[in-house]
Design a protein. Structure first.
Length: 224
């Protein structure tokens, strides 16, 4: 066995296969744990909420119920874009760029929208700049953001909320913030597969691995 600087050990294929087999069992356990948590999430209690929260979109003012677009499920990305901001949040933008074609979600009876407090014209201009076609709505007033933890003490918070529709009734079923949103950003999962990882200073990595302060490397995709 030889080593080079602070790299992981350099070994023969047989030794590598043994190490990979051990890690594979841990990865399978993680997958089963994720399945278990998802099953529990599907059984979470829900709370009925107002169906008439107002949103401004290209078609005019519509309601939370309208955002479902006839489907029974709705995912809302609370995109950080304050009323006086010139452009959207870096992390929220990275997340939006990982969503992909909504046809896949629609095939599973689920709608997806972005919602922000900035005026609609600014949202649509930024969307055009970034080359997105995701549906994006401006919240009318602060109540929706405040009620779902996306605006706290007039400060923006990145968040995701999930809703279920039963006829004209709307129910809040799940929300997350912070690292709970990493599920939406495949770039983290891809980087986690590499020897350097995410290269952020909180990670437990071999000595000598390049690392920067958490999220300090993030930019809008057209600004790197």
């Amino acid at each position: 066995m030889t080593t080079n600087d602070n790299w992981p050990p350099i070994v023969d294929r047989h030794t590598w296969d043994d190490a990979r087999a051990v890690l594979l069992q841990q990865e399978k356990a993680l997958t089963r744990m994720k399945d278990s948590i998802s099953a529990a999430r599907r059984r979470m209690p829900m709370i009925e909420v107002r169906a008439d929260y107002a949103f401004e979109g290209p078609e005019g003012t519509i309601t939370l119920l309208d955002l479902f677009d006839g489907r029974p499920q709705l995912i809302v990305q609370h995109f950080m874009f304050g009323p006086d901001w010139k452009e959207g949040c870096d992390g929220c933008s990275m997340m939006a760029e990982h969503i992909g074609p909504l046809s896949h979600l629609h095939a599973r009876r689920t709608s997806f929208v972005l919602a922000s407090r900035a005026p609609l014209d600014r949202l649509l201009d930024f969307r055009q700049r970034m080359g997105w076609d995701l549906p994006w709505y401006s919240t009318v007033g602060d109540q929706f953001n405040t009620d779902f933890g996306a605006t706290v003490d007039n400060e923006e918070r990145q968040a995701v909320s999930v809703f279920l529709r039963k006829g004209d009734r709307v129910f809040h079923t799940w929300s997350t913030q912070g690292r709970g949103e990493e599920t939406f950003m495949q770039v983290f999962d891809l980087l986690d597969l590499t020897p350097y990882g995410r290269q952020e200073d909180w990670e437990n990595s071999p000595a000598g691995t390049p690392q920067d302060p958490t999220y300090s490397w993030m930019r809008l995709s057209d600004s790197y």
